[in-house]
Design a protein around this ligand. Structure first.
Ligand SMILES: *Cc1c(COP(=O)(O)O)cnc(C)c1O
Length: 366
């Protein structure tokens, strides 16, 4: 079987924008500078404008975006940060990097995002922040989360690493909480050709602190005003991201169209298809279905030359490396532990042509 349909496919996207990307790479290589220069500044203002917010800060990765934002909010050792166990390990790794403890709560079964009714029981006198994760491209229930945060005086840092351009009611994700953190890892909806991350915020104090912390705490005169790290976005990645940002909305529309095609094909079968929260735009970073025969289906797809994934096999609290760094909320993680045995990620990327996969319906309708 020569057909090969990947789960995600950043190389296909490179082919779509090949000449523009190569021209931008040549421009940066010939003119310099290579780190934190005009391309980064232009990308930061374009990404801020896309979100209709005041500031964007480019950093080295999505994990750093989260960790440095927490640090800018003075979250660290002795503090607790509430998030989900059903997420990329990066979310919890970023919390642990600051010295704080991730407190993990369960998810809503139909949307795979944090269950707001499980947040309050996880709050203690040490709680400083909530990190809702817009997982798979689905916006979280932000109204409920913001109400709880306001009542308990907590910071809200949105993990938007899988949801560039997703909309909750009338707002882009990342603009509802105190800050929004993005990853530009190559497979993301807005992906670089290497690592990159960014933070969007209307909080000028946080913007100023992040711009210092990403580089030793340096001010404009390269005098350090507070301890920092090295986490910079480079000019090549920023130049590439500027090109791809112009196509982000169109690429997200292609993902939504593919989700419609999947629904038409598979809607009457045995699979539980993704639900879309009402008044929201899901941007389908991943197209995740649920099945009791998940492993059988994964094998059948593989025989047909199609790659399916599992996001994620291990929730945060089941990674040995993090088990003693986290606290599971008293409400438990029963939904998380149930769905990890059933979830299956079908191929999804803007350039995917589902029509080449003629017997998909037969293969998946066990
Ligand atoms: C990818 C991802 C991150 C981290 O991004 P990196 O750029 O790989 O550090 C954080 N959170 C979520 C939900 C992600 O999917």
């Amino acid at each position: 079987m020569s057909l090969k349909i990947f789960c995600g496919n950043p190389q296909a996207q490179f082919k779509s924008y090949r000449q523009e990307i190569l021209d931008a790479v040549a421009r940066v290589c010939e003119n310099g500078p290579y780190v934190l220069g005009p391309e980064v500044e232009a990308f930061e203002s374009e990404f801020a404008a896309y979100h209709n917010v005041k500031h964007c800060i480019g950093v080295g990765s999505g994990t750093d975006a989260l960790a440095l934002t927490m640090r800018a909010f003075e979250i660290g050792a002795g503090d607790e940060v509430i998030t989900v166990s059903h997420t990329a390990l990066a979310t919890a790794a970023a919390i642990v990097m600051t010295g704080a403890t991730p407190v993990l709560v369960d998810i809503e079964e139909n949307y795979y995002t944090i269950d707001p009714s499980k947040i309050e029981e996880a709050i203690t006198s040490k709680t400083k922040a909530i990190i809702p994760v817009h997982l798979y491209g689905q916006p979280c229930n932000m109204d409920a989360i913001m109400a709880i945060a306001k009542k308990h005086n907590l910071v809200v840092i949105e993990d938007c690493a899988q949801a560039h351009g997703a909309i909750y009611k009338n707002s882009k994700v990342g603009t509802i909480g105190d800050a929004g953190c993005f990853s530009f890892y190559p497979t993301k909806n807005l992906g670089a050709i290497g690592d990159g991350g960014g933070v969007v915020t209307n909080n000028t104090l946080i913007n100023d602190r992040l711009k210092r912390i990403r580089q030793y705490g340096w001010d404009q005169s390269r005098v350090s005003q507070e301890p920092g790290v090295v986490s910079r976005l480079d000019e090549l990645q920023a130049a590439i991201l500027r090109i791809k940002l112009r196509y982000l909305d169109a690429d997200n529309l292609k993902r939504q169209e593919l989700a419609r095609q999947y629904k038409n094909l598979l809607g009457n079968g045995n699979l539980l298809l993704p639900a879309e929260r009402s008044n929201c735009q899901h941007v389908y970073h991943l197209y995740v279905v649920c099945s009791n025969d998940r492993d059988v289906l994964k094998g059948k797809l593989s025989q047909q030359g199609a790659e399916a994934g599992i996001h994620y096999t291990h929730p945060v609290h089941m990674h040995p490396g993090y088990m003693d760094k986290i606290r599971v909320s008293s409400g438990g993680l029963s939904v998380t532990e149930k769905i990890i045995r059933k979830i299956l990620t079908l191929p999804m990327y803007p350039e995917l042509d589902l029509s080449v996969f003629t017997n998909l319906k037969e293969v998946l309708n066990v």
